[in-house]
Design a protein around this ligand. Structure first.
Ligand SMILES: [Mn+2]
Length: 232
């Protein structure tokens, strides 16, 4: 289990960053594997194999790959469902490097998407940016959660944002501090947390964007864009 020290050493941060770099490279690779008819399970299996190939000791949690309506479940388990044009693909994945975890989520468009899909993506993206910009030493976790939640609520999707904004990452994939509406914690320089707002519409779609950030630095650990990627 985690000790009570949420602030990471430079050595720990270097390992988390390396675990994130592995996942950035896995994401580049997996974009090339996304094509009509591929299944969620095939994509998740390829992700695990690539994590190992790139020097990770394992995935940091069971990879989530959700096509279309499957994305409305934040913890969707990959199935034999085949990818179809017009669907969103949500991939939530992480690697372990020398005992330290990374955590990363993107939602990608496959083919032409609807106006509603595009609108929901843009709302989650804006919420993500508001949350990221609020991460600083001394910020209350509750206030950071409110930055993402209030915007999504303002846009009319408050009831569709069914989890907290983020969490600490270290030797465990979910550590303190907890960034949600009930949290009494305050951020400290050197903590590594996620910002991961999402919108989930029952039986229809889901969008989540997640990056890790080192408190006290600007911007995410990942080099991957958060803008919508469309695969034709
Ligand atoms: Mn996460």
């Amino acid at each position: 289990m985690q000790n009570n020290i949420t602030v990471k050493t430079q050595d720990e941060i270097a390992k988390i960053v390396k675990a994130a770099e592995i996942i950035d490279d896995v994401f580049d690779y997996i974009l090339g594997e996304i094509k009509e008819g591929v299944t969620e399970l095939e994509i998740s299996d390829k992700i695990k194999a690539k994590v190992l190939e790139l020097g990770g000791s394992d995935v940091s949690f069971p990879t989530i790959v959700a096509f279309g309506a499957g994305g409305c479940e934040p913890h969707h388990e990959p199935t034999d469902k085949k990818l179809e044009k017009g669907e969103f693909i949500t991939i939530d994945m992480g690697a372990i490097y020398e005992g330290y975890c990374s955590d990363f989520t993107r939602t990608i468009a496959f083919g032409e998407i609807s106006d509603e899909q595009r609108k929901v993506y843009e709302i989650v993206l804006k919420a993500y940016k508001l949350g990221m910009d609020g991460v600083e030493d001394g910020a209350s976790c509750k206030a950071v959660d409110a930055l993402t939640r209030d915007y999504i609520s303002l846009c009319g999707y408050g009831d569709n944002y069914i989890h907290g904004t983020g969490h600490g990452v270290g030797t465990e994939i979910h550590e303190k501090p907890t960034v949600n509406a009930r949290s009494e914690e305050f951020l400290k320089n050197g903590e590594v947390i996620t910002i991961e707002p999402g919108i989930y519409i029952e039986n229809k779609l889901g969008v989540r964007i997640e990056n890790m950030i080192i408190v006290g630095t600007k911007g995410p650990v990942s080099r991957q864009t958060v803008e919508l990627i469309t695969i034709k």
